[in-house]
Design a protein around this ligand. Structure first.
Ligand code: AMP
Length: 562
């Protein structure tokens, strides 16, 4: 950001056409990104703009909204477009045309992508019918200009997007020719991730007293960053949810804030993570204050693991103890990144910042690294094998607990093993038993197509997948499935060195129940949850309250969450 001037922080204060505002609301955008805050006002005033901003910063809306606003105020005359957006590649042309269409749907904008390799015929037909905005690659745009199928006389705004890329691809001459074919009274906006001398020269020649904006490279004003382990995962858009699910599975956060760009994304991701068995709630501008307070209380109390939020909703949240901050997208500027991850790793504890980046956003991480002068490790999304290994490790741990705490209760099973041992190697017998106990063993899977991430042979996440996290014990064969279970909250967890065996041991000993009656156990950092049959819940609570756990008095109560 180039200036310390306060920038408008709501779309409404940008005085955009109300129909555009409602489109933005429908898209779930809550507030303008820095590039939008800085570029929209001068563009609305008709000024030229020279902006250094990368993909992912929200630059498309930054130039598209003023164009759409002008078209809404003064409809396009004649067949020629009122705005021309030039981009380096056909993919970008398609992508941008779609974005402009989305932003301008409510004003009925006619957008046409024009790029090489596509049928000339259909482009000609569409051009003849009349369009408001053309998004084009320079080569094909020039073809149409030369054939007189694209008339640039009506161009009011010309945008050069990813100008550095266009020059790198050898479009300099085409650009000059196109610029020459547009009215000199036009408004020009140049967006580029970098500003090498060649770009500055073009800007000097074709832009009139432009407002200069820089978003990409800023140094953080917030001083030192806290101690935070920073990791990024590069994944294709379509696999982000599943990738995040896996990363969270491995990270087992106790209190995490997941940032999304839009309300819609927040809702979508929250639903998905809920489906993964995580305790997660959404926070965004559409959520009432009462609901918001309730969510925050739960997060502070440790009964919620994850909150998925937009920046706006997360603003001013007072959460002292986040274990993880997750950027579901690369933040729109290094400043936003720093601000977000500053929420973890407080009070001397190491925090974890996780960022998901799409391949095309990969290099933006470099920008952030430069600005923060800190390294962001590129991690690889945990594979099914990684998760399996972890689950097996947990199965091993719970078997060990069972052997340590349950020695007397194994007699009935020894008989089985002994009879099989006459026929098989006892080690094989044990291995087969472990396989049965392994929640990720073949055939035990439940739903989870969502977990498919290409390049890995994915076994669907088994029902017991969640059981793996937080040290929840593996399945206990023979636990009565009928009769309702009560969940008991115990105010002691991993941080106190508590292990599943401690809880089973204490409950078996104090409440005189059979180990098999103790259901799933979940050990989190600072608390644990254990399930027991409703019929004995009160006895267990009373006994644990009186005797403590590992000789320490702890809070014991019914877990209200269930
Ligand atoms: P861009 O840099 O234009 O490619 O935009 C990157 C992503 O940010 C796109 O997915 C946009 O939909 C999204 N986006 C743009 N502006 C906003 C905003 N104000 N709030 C939330 N998301 C946005």
């Amino acid at each position: 950001m180039t200036s310390g001037k306060p920038s408008p922080s709501t779309f409404a204060s940008l005085s955009l056409d109300p129909r555009l505002l409602s489109a933005l609301t429908a898209l779930g955008y809550e507030e303008p990104t820095p590039i939008q805050q800085q570029a929209i006002p001068p563009l609305l005033e008709g000024r030229d703009v020279l902006a250094q901003a990368a993909t992912g910063t929200g630059k498309t809306a930054a130039f598209a909204l003023p164009i759409l606003h002008a078209i809404a105020a003064e409809p396009t005359k004649g067949a020629g477009p009122a705005a021309l957006i030039l981009v380096p590649t056909r993919e970008l042309a398609m992508q941008l045309a779609e974005a402009v269409h989305r932003y301008g749907k409510t004003i009925g904008v006619r957008v046409l992508p024009v790029y090489g390799g596509a049928s000339m015929e259909s482009q000609l037909r569409a051009l003849r019918r009349g369009v408001d905005v053309v998004v084009a690659t320079p080569g094909r745009a020039l073809d149409h200009v030369n054939r007189k199928s694209l008339n640039l006389d009506g161009i009011r705004t010309l945008v050069l997007d990813e100008a550095d890329e266009m020059l790198d691809m050898g479009f300099a001459e085409d650009l000059e020719a196109i610029l020459a074919a547009t009215p000199s009274a036009r408004q020009t906006a140049l967006f580029s991730a970098t500003l090498p001398p060649r770009i500055v020269t073009i800007a000097g020649k074709h832009l009139k007293n432009p407002v200069r904006i820089a978003i990409a490279r800023e140094t953080t004003a917030h001083g030192k960053l806290p101690k935070v382990r920073q990791t990024a995962y590069v994944v294709a858009r379509g696999h982000k949810r599943a990738a995040l699910g896996r990363v969270l599975d491995l990270e087992s956060p106790t209190a995490a804030l997941v940032f999304c760009r839009t309300r819609l994304e927040v809702d979508d991701l929250t639903e998905f993570l809920k489906g993964q068995g995580l305790r997660v709630e959404a926070l965004h501008g559409g959520i009432s204050q009462g609901e918001r307070d309730r969510v925050m209380k739960k997060l502070r109390a440790g009964t919620l693991e994850l909150v998925v939020a937009t920046d706006v909703a997360a603003r001013g949240l007072d959460i002292g103890h986040l274990s993880h901050v997750v950027n579901y997208d690369v933040p729109s500027s290094p400043d936003v990144y720093v601000h977000r991850i500053g929420r973890t790793g407080r009070a001397g504890r190491e925090g974890v910042a996780i960022t998901l980046a799409e391949p095309r956003e990969h290099w933006q991480l470099k920008n952030i690294e430069r600005a923060t002068k800190q390294k962001i490790e590129i991690g690889s999304v945990p594979t099914v094998a990684d998760l399996r290994a972890r689950r097996l490790e947990l199965t091993r741990a719970s078997l060990r607990e069972s052997l340590l705490s349950d020695a007397g209760g194994l007699d009935a099973y020894r008989v089985v093993v002994e009879s099989l041992a006459e026929e098989f190697d006892p080690l094989d017998v044990a291995a087969a038993a472990v396989k049965l106990a392994d929640p990720s063993a073949d055939g035990s899977g439940s739903a989870g197509e969502e977990h498919e991430i290409p390049a890995v042979a994915v076994a669907p996440p088994p029902a017991g997948l969640r059981a793996g996290k937080d040290g929840k014990s593996g399945p206990r064969g023979g636990r009565p499935r009928d009769g309702s279970l009560a969940s008991i909250f115990i105010g002691s967890g991993r941080a106190d060195g508590l292990r599943p065996g401690d809880l089973v041991g204490a409950i078996v000993k104090l409440a005189k129940v059979h180990p098999r009656e103790v259901g799933s156990i979940q050990i989190a950092e600072r608390f644990s949850l254990v399930e027991v049959p409703e019929a004995i819940a009160e006895d267990v609570i009373r006994a644990l309250r009186a005797e403590g756990v590992r000789r320490k008095k702890v809070t014991v109560r019914r877990d209200k969450e269930r």
